[in-house]
Write a protein that binds this ligand. Structure first.
Ligand code: NAD
Length: 305
């Protein structure tokens, strides 16, 4: 357990932690280059011209380059068919310089491609988003694999708190393949007693009141109220919601938890922005580094939580 400065009073600083991870990756990449003469590389495919998706991809590119990785971006037209997207994926599957392949989601509505077919076309050892059936199965089995970045980031932040996760009651709110389901499995691996709540859950407030740890991945601004939360619980807010500020003059980003209400009750909380969000790209880069080593039969460097 590590109580370093990532937690300052009650606030869990994901920005600081993600920076530390990226600094660590940078050093490990230099070591790999020196010892094995290769540089890990991440290829991102983006279909269409959705501005938000392009911003996400730009950040991924920027941070890959900053840590010393190779980075490639492939922009396909919005109306690309499933076959055309998978054709690009197969080229990258067969390119020995490419260690990680990521398709930015969601795919545009105009494309006829099914996301699950696209994701499952990526070689599992290059599936750095960890969303393929193979990697999802490995997570459920407790095997080694590449697992989704946002839930991995949540676990890293939790492991930095001065608590023993084993036996804690964890409530995951949300059951998406991207966040809710993988984090539930990761918390089971940490020996938490896990409840998964969703839109059809009855008595959500009662579930919240019993939880030692709440992971909110819902997508509804300020949904979880301070008075629902057990005293001294830990709150991990995955939500990213853009809403108007109080005088409607600009957009602000808030989480799924009413931060002002929760901070007085909980023992630790991730802010939005600056909590889970920055951890996502850092964990994506960790996956690319790990995958690059495994593919070359090199023992991957282990990040010391
Ligand atoms: P999703 O829409 O796929 O899933 C939302 C889940 O919330 C569903 O499983 C649904 O059952 C549940 N839900 C909806 N209404 C509910 C209610 N009233 N009570 C209880 N549960 C309810 O969303 P997602 O992709 O899992 O993302 C969730 C949130 O996390 C979004 O705000 C998204 O922007 C954010 N997100 C953040 C990151 C990050 O990097 N920090 C990454 C992915 C997603």
């Amino acid at each position: 357990m590590n109580t370093n400065s990532v937690i300052n009073s009650k606030i869990i600083d994901g920005k600081k932690k993600s920076l530390a991870i990226r600094e660590w990756i940078k050093v490990e990449i230099l070591k790999l280059k020196e010892s094995y003469n290769f540089i890990p590389g991440l290829a991102v495919i983006i279909v269409g011209d959705d501005p938000a998706s392009h911003i996400y991809v730009k950040n991924k590119e920027k941070q890959s380059i900053e840590v010393g990785m190779n980075s490639w971006k492939y922009v396909l037209p919005a109306n690309s068919s499933e076959k055309q997207i998978i054709y690009q994926i197969n080229k990258l599957n067969n390119d020995s310089n490419v260690d990680g392949i990521l398709v930015q989601l969601p795919l545009p509505k105009i494309s006829n491609a099914l996301e699950r077919n696209v994701i499952n076309a990526i070689s599992p050892e290059k599936d750095v988003d960890g969303l393929s059936i193979v990697n999802s199965g490995k997570l459920v089995y407790g095997d080694n694999g590449l697992f989704p970045a946002t839930p991995s980031g949540c676990i890293i932040l939790l492991k930095h708190l001065p608590i023993n996760l084993s036996g804690k009651k964890a409530l995951v709110i949300g059951r998406s393949n991207l966040v809710g389901k993988p984090i539930a499995n990761m918390l089971l691996k940490e020996n938490c007693t896990v409840t998964v709540a969703h839109s059809k859950t009855k008595n959500l407030i009662e579930e919240c009141k019993e939880a030692d740890i709440i992971i909110a991945a819902i997508g509804i601004p300020n949904f979880i109220k301070g008075e629902w939360i057990k005293k001294d619980s830990i709150i991990i807010d995955v939500g990213i919601n853009r809403i108007d500020n109080i005088d409607n003059t600009q957009k602000v980003i808030v989480g799924d938890v009413d931060y002002e209400g929760a901070i007085n009750v909980c023992s630790a909380i991730t802010p939005v922005p600056g909590g889970v969000g920055p951890m996502t790209i850092a964990c994506l880069l960790l996956n690319t580094l790990k995958g690059s080593c495994i593919r070359r039969n090199i023992e991957p460097p282990v990040y010391n939580f």
